[in-house]
Ligand binder design. Structure first.
Ligand code: EZ4
Ligand code: CO
Length: 402
């Protein structure tokens, strides 16, 4: 029997911070898992190195489900982003190994293709409306079928949700950047620029918007109602995601579709949202929700209630997570959309992947396993660089939701 011989944790910052797990079997097969938790990277690295790696050595790498249950139930302390990201890294690495041993891409192990490719949405943003419209035009020209639109709110410093360089990167400070927030200003402004996008570019593509948990339920209801005729693909994270009851109120007032779940990490966190049909898209991801094994469980529950998938896919999810997401997205019957932002060149010097983008759709080759390689020598050139997500403060100085 092949056994797990080694499990190594790499922390590096090729363009941004990533935590990567590599498991090696006694037969010399390797598997990769992403363990990146933006702004809290070292907590997951320690959870893996200090607590999970010693439990993995000597185990049968083929027993993915058993190892998942052992790590989840065996901890006694359940759920939470640190635990579920660490378990996800192990799980994804074991699927990678299983694929390589079988000589099959992971999506074949999951039941094979349900579709030809994975529709993604890109991030258009600007400091003001004209620059946002230029950005939307750029992504339309590149063939994207779905675009998320965000722009700075006048009078608030123009920073929220706005891309600074080629890539949107919210974790930007060696200490958290504190940014001003006004719900009143946002609620006055956001519907007007979404309307300008539709007026200029029409309805021949999907338009998305992310609220980043910043509204109360009744504010979110008003927002959703005021943009109904713009036919958004979704309104994302309208209220703090941990309060599942809030969505009942929003639902009673608007037909604007709702997506949530990028910060949630287990089936228990989304159970009521799904079974009560309070959302339209579930945004849990392979990296923060317990890996392929657990994400499939969430997506299968969602399928019963006509809730579709819309996994988080910002640049803080490494190319390993993106590939794993595409394997899952290709197979599940209730796929909706995949968030996608290209990684910077430094990132791609360390991760080699076969994921390709064409006409706004992702696909990958038939390479066995996930189809990703990690160059640890190249990674050594990019030491860990502590970075934090910004914190929002209301105009009276109190902390708001990000
Ligand atoms: O702010 O990934 O929908 N996408 C998002 C992201 C998140 C970051 C947090 O690490 O909300 O841009
Ligand atoms: Co989001």
């Amino acid at each position: 029997m092949s056994t797990i011989e080694r499990a190594e944790v790499f922390v590096a910052s090729p363009g941004r911070n990533f935590v990567t797990l590599r498991i090696t079997t006694s037969d010399g097969v390797t598997g990769l898992g992403d363990a990146t938790l933006n702004g809290r990277e070292l907590a997951v690295a320690s959870y893996l190195r200090d607590h999970l790696v010693p439990l993995l050595i000597g185990r049968d790498p083929a027993r993915i489900e058993d190892i998942w249950q052992f790590l989840y139930k065996g901890a006694y302390w359940r759920r939470g982003p640190v635990t579920m990201t660490a378990i996800a890294a192990v799980d994804v690495a074991l699927w990678d190994i299983k694929g390589k041993v079988a000589g099959l891409p992971v999506y074949q192990l999951l039941g094979g293709r349900s579709r030809d490719g994975v529709m993604v949405y890109s991030h258009a943003s600007g400091t003001d409306v004209p620059s946002l419209l230029d950005d939307v035009a750029k992504f339309r020209d590149q063939g994207y079928q779905a675009i998320r639109a965000q722009t700075g709110v006048p009078g608030l410093g123009g920073s929220y949700g706005v891309r600074k360089g080629e890539v949107y990167e919210p974790a930007n400070g060696s200490l958290p950047d504190e940014q001003p927030w006004s719900t009143e200003a946002y609620l006055d402004f956001a519907p007007t620029y979404l309307r300008e996008v539709r007026e200029k570019f029409g309805y021949g593509f999907h338009l998305l918007h992310d609220v980043h948990h910043r509204l109360t339920p009744i504010e979110a209801a008003r927002f959703g109602k005021s943009v109904e005729d713009l036919r958004l693909f979704w309104m994302e994270d309208p209220t703090p995601a941990e309060n599942q009851e809030a969505f009942r109120l929003i639902r009673r007032h608007t037909t604007t579709p709702i997506a949530t779940g990028e910060i949630l990490n287990s089936i228990w966190d989304v159970k009521d949202l799904i079974t009560e049909q309070l959302i339209d898209y579930v945004r849990t991801t392979v990296v923060h929700a317990g890996g392929i094994t657990h994400l499939r469980r969430i997506f299968d529950l969602a399928a019963l209630y006509q809730v579709r998938t819309g996994s988080h896919g910002a640049t803080d999810l490494s190319p390993i997570s993106l590939a794993a997401a595409v394997h899952v997205d290709l197979t599940v019957p209730n796929f909706g959309i995949q968030e996608y932002m290209p990684h910077v060149a430094e990132t791609m010097q360390v991760f080699r992947t076969n994921v390709t983008l064409k006409n706004g759709m992702l696909d990958l080759s038939d390479e066995p396993g996930l189809g990703v390689e990690y160059d640890e020598k190249a990674a050594e050139r990019f030491p860990y660089d502590p970075k934090y997500l910004p914190v929002a403060r209301r105009l009276d100085g109190s902390v708001h939701d990000w």
